[in-house]
Design a protein around this ligand. Structure first.
Ligand code: HEC
Ligand code: HEC
Length: 471
């Protein structure tokens, strides 16, 4: 399921539950956070939605806000898929997970993407998992030229005063404005925050398009990250690797809609549906490990995990305790560039906090810090590669920092799952030979740090791996 950004479509160019999250329930009985860590503040989410509606909205809803006229989009077989991975009906059944087809208020039917499931669904070992981060996407191309051709094609076919052009215009201009800021050095990493930053830089605080001018200057540096699994959201007090997503989650969840959104009244109506998305997220479970687990070995691993890992990552049996810790850069030791980026370039978070997202109820905020959240490890077997930048291909490598590969290449086939090391099979290379090779020598993509497993012997590591399979 290799995706080439939403621009696969540019072949066109050539022609009621009231639910309070458990995260609120931790109280004064919490253990003291270990040194170098701090507990994220409690952040109650009131969810008055219906899980089924949220699932349907993400699979078939109109939150992208515009798109390519369906008759044009669907004329190109390369834009379609016969897998129907999201089990959808009607025209949506013909699309890959990264697109939804929906009807605009004008009556024009469009295909819009990239949707949540473009980045947040994937296959592992042949099994499709909604909510798993897609780690095979290709953002290495500059699509600006292609987008210009799409504009040209749609304008030429329908004319600028047509409802078809209107249905496409805001979407096309948003995509074009961000395209130059989302180009990454190799396949498998994701520029979601760069897309977000470039999009909001073209908008006023009330979300109106700023006539093509930017309201703050967009940093030149482009950095990518891994895509986190969505089944952990229900445990979290703050979103994103650096914990900067605070306050109301429904506003944070809808960030991709800023690319094409009309104004605050459309944003408000989209936001109302995200209460249902929050309800769906409460029901989303991590996928079960498909292999066998040696119970005796896992029990040995559990003891080691409790001694060395639990203080940051929590407990997974019975009480299912998650401590919600933000860990300082010095303590975790992983690549600091991503966390520093948002602190050193505060224009994005300042914009966010002054905007409709930060100022209108329910309020959300962007509060970057110099640290990373120790994430829940539910379903961790499935979500390789590891760390915020996806620099470590397997859990075995994660627990043995001295032997992590500097250049590693994988087939990008979801069938190449490594049941021994838990993660993607890869070959160790001596250089960054092609775009399928992860290059840890580039700025922001280092694989250092998180040395908490280094003290294990090979046998102990095997035991902890066995335990991690069952989380
Ligand atoms: C272009 C790819 C892309 C799209 C589209 C996208 N996301 Fe994400 N999403 C990401 C990446 C990458 C991150 C990690 C960013 C970070 O944590 O710093 C992320 C983070 C998140 C998180 C935070 C998870 C956590 O554990 O902190 C949530 C929740 C989320 N996305 C939900 C959504 C929803 C819902 C949609 C659709 C409305 C969506 N995303 C669309 C790529 C994407
Ligand atoms: C001091 C706190 C701390 C301890 C102790 C700790 N971790 Fe972590 N762990 C973190 C942080 C913070 C991250 C995120 C780092 C990043 O993304 O750069 C992380 C990331 C991870 C990840 C990657 C998660 C993902 O989705 O990519 C795994 C797996 C993991 N830890 C397992 C372990 C295991 C196993 C142990 C014990 C041997 C352990 N950790 C001990 C703080 C800790």
């Amino acid at each position: 399921m290799r995706n080439t950004w939403y621009f696969s479509l540019f072949s066109v160019a050539f022609a009621t539950i009231l639910f309070t999250c458990a995260n609120e329930q931790m109280g004064p009985t919490d253990p003291e956070p270990p040194s170098g860590t701090s507990r994220l503040p409690a952040n109650a989410q009131i969810i008055t939605g219906t899980a089924q509606k949220g699932w349907d909205y993400l699979r078939e809803g109109n939150f992208i806000g515009g798109g390519v006229p369906w008759e044009v989009y669907s004329a190109f077989p390369g834009n379609l898929s016969n897998e129907n991975l999201l089990n959808r009906s009607g025209d949506n059944a013909k699309l890959p997970p990264g697109f939804n087809v929906f009807t605009m208020p004008s009556g024009v039917k469009v295909a819009g993407g990239i949707t949540c499931f473009g980045c947040h669904s994937a296959k592992v070992n042949g099994q499709f998992v909604a909510g798993l981060g897609n780690s095979v996407m290709d953002f290495t191309q500059d699509n600006s030229q292609l987008l210009n051709l799409v504009d040209f094609g749609i304008r030429g076919r329908y004319g600028e005063s047509s409802p078809e052009w209107k249905a496409y215009e805001a979407y096309g201009r948003g995509a074009k404005a961000s395209a130059p800021y989302t180009i990454l050095p190799f396949v498998g990493i994701n520029p979601a925050f760069m897309l977000e930053q470039a999009s909001v830089a073209h908008r006023q605080a009330n979300l109106n398009w700023n006539g093509g001018q930017t309201v703050f200057s967009i940093p030149k540096e482009v950095i990518g990250s891994d895509v986190p699994p969505l089944w952990n959201v229900k445990k979290k007090r703050a979103l994103y690797y650096n914990g900067m997503g605070r306050g109301d989650f429904t506003k944070l969840l809808m960030q991709v809609t800023v690319v094409a959104v009309e104004d605050t009244s459309t944003a408000r109506s989209i936001n109302n549906n995200f209460k249902d998305v929050m309800a769906w997220l409460q029901t989303l479970q991590a996928p079960k490990y498909p292999g066998t687990i040696n119970a005796a070995l896992a029990q040995q691993g559990k003891t080691l995990f409790q001694e060395n890992c639990e203080s940051c990552h929590g407990k997974y049996d019975g009480d299912n305790y998650y401590p919600n810790l933000l860990v300082e850069l010095e303590k975790v030791g992983t690549d600091p560039v991503y966390a520093r980026y948002f602190v050193e370039n505060p224009a994005f978070s300042n914009w966010y906090n002054q905007s409709w997202y930060g100022q209108s109820s329910p309020k959300s905020q962007a509060i970057p810090s110099l640290g990373y959240v120790a994430p829940p490890l539910d379903g961790i077997w499935a979500s390789a590669p590891y760390l915020h930048n996806g620099s470590v291909p397997t859990l075995d490598d994660l627990m043995n920092s001295v032997d992590r590969p500097a250049f590693w290449r994988r087939s990008l086939s979801d069938k190449d799952y490594d049941f021994d090391k838990l993660g993607w099979k890869y070959s160790r290379e001596s250089t960054a030979k092609d775009k399928q090779t992860y290059n840890t020598e580039l700025k922001g993509y280092g694989n250092q740090g998180h040395r908490f497993g280094d003290k294990f012997s090979a046998e102990q590591r095997k035991a902890v791996l066995e335990y991690l399979k069952g989380l």
